[in-house]
Design a protein around this ligand. Structure first.
Ligand code: KG4
Ligand code: ZN
Length: 353
């Protein structure tokens, strides 16, 4: 079975060809994975402008799909099914991928599968590593989401908790914007932080008094909150700007702030994920989504895995940030379960998983 995946949920137009291998230990193989990033276009505005994003998807989608087919040395006749991101995401962006995939599937007479973007991020772990030990706890950490899932059976995702306010990637992007570092903030702060003192600034502790927000609940729910940290950074920066009489902080302060901020985010993500894994008796931990590309998160999680004897699985960088190979993989999972999208499939901006 060969699946063409299409992903247009935010500011990346992506298409990929993924095929089944027949090997249960590593069921899928990426034949091509093409991403046309709009980062340069949105950078000017300091973030994604939805209307511009959807127009750019319209311009790029045909070329991206053709490139994915030619990179895979395939043509339309080789495609057995299509998979497309139905949501969550920007509705105008999603609609471009959904309309394109529906039209192509109809014209080819091939089945179409609707994929939840977060399921795609989760399946990127299986796409990279093959079958991992179950039950597994998977953290999906991106620009729009910070959610923990328990996976007891492949393709079965149980939400354990999520952020009550900002996603971790959103916190990165907002802090970078505040410091005048540009967009997207995650990779910029990641790079800057490597040279900084991560103990330079002690952020106020996360409140542990409110069980609804910050402590694991008795039923095994694990939520996150990043808005308090974001506000603490904002206060710190405003105070320093006032003291210095300048908008721009000295570079060494920016570097130390980045390192201290990143340390707090990474520690929170790892602590909560491992706590959830212990609570639920997980045999493996997975990290997926754009923030899982973070160098410190990857290194610290793998180091903790060695100490705690729960193995950690993270996709390679090309599968961490938004891509269509993960959507094709999640599509193959759904096809195996017999889930085909109806002809009146529509985009769903807040599709739950
Ligand atoms: O999964 P993704 O590509 O798109 C969404 O589904 O949101 O994630 C994008 C997010 C952005 O917030 C970006 O700043 C963050 O992932 N990100 C990173 C890194 N690379 C991307 N955050 C921290 N460190 C990175 N190296
Ligand atoms: Zn994503």
């Amino acid at each position: 079975m060969v699946v063409l995946g299409i992903e247009t949920s935010c500011d990346e137009t992506a298409a990929a060809v993924v095929e089944e291998t027949g090997d249960p230990a590593k069921a899928w193989r990426v034949r091509s994975n093409v991403v046309a990033s709009q980062v340069e276009i949105h950078r000017e505005w300091g973030g994604v402008v939805p209307e511009i994003a959807s127009r750019q998807h319209v311009r790029d989608i045909c070329g991206v799909v053709e490139r994915a087919l030619s990179d895979a040395q395939a043509d339309w006749r080789d495609v057995d099914a299509l998979a497309v991101t139905q949501g969550p995401g920007l509705v105008g962006s999603l609609l471009v991928g959904v309309s394109f995939a529906k039209s192509a599937a109809w014209a080819l007479g091939k089945p179409l599968v609707a994929v939840n973007h977060l399921a795609g991020h989760i399946e990127s772990i299986w796409l990279e590593h093959g079958a991992i030990p179950l039950p597994a706890v998977v953290l999906v950490v991106s620009g729009g989401h910070t959610s923990l899932y328990l996976i007891e059976r492949e393709g079965d995702y149980r939400l354990l908790g999520r952020t009550r306010d900002d996603a971790a990637g959103e916190a990165y992007d907002k802090v970078a914007k505040l410091l005048g570092l540009g967009y997207p903030g995650g990779p910029i702060i990641d790079t800057l932080a490597r040279g900084g003192n991560d103990e330079a600034i002690r952020w106020p502790g996360t409140r542990l008094t409110n069980p609804d927000r910050n402590t694991p609940q008795r039923d095994g729910r694990f939520d996150f909150s990043f808005s308090g940290l974001k506000t603490a950074v904002l206060r710190h920066v405003r105070q320093r700007q006032a003291e210095l009489g300048s908008e721009r902080l000295p570079q060494d302060e920016i570097v130390d702030l980045s390192a201290s901020f990143q340390r707090r985010v990474v520690e929170t993500l790892i602590e909560r994920t491992f706590a959830a894994a212990r609570w639920h008796g997980a045999h493996a931990i997975g990290l997926a989504g754009g923030v899982s590309a973070n160098s410190r998160l990857r290194a610290d999680a793998l180091a903790k895995a060695e100490r705690s004897e729960i193995p950690v699985f993270i996709p390679g960088l090309a599968l961490s940030t938004d891509n269509a190979a993960m959507i094709a993989a999640a599509g193959l999972r759904q096809l195996a379960a017999g889930h085909i999208a109806p002809a009146d499939l529509n985009a769903a901006a807040s599709l739950p998983l």
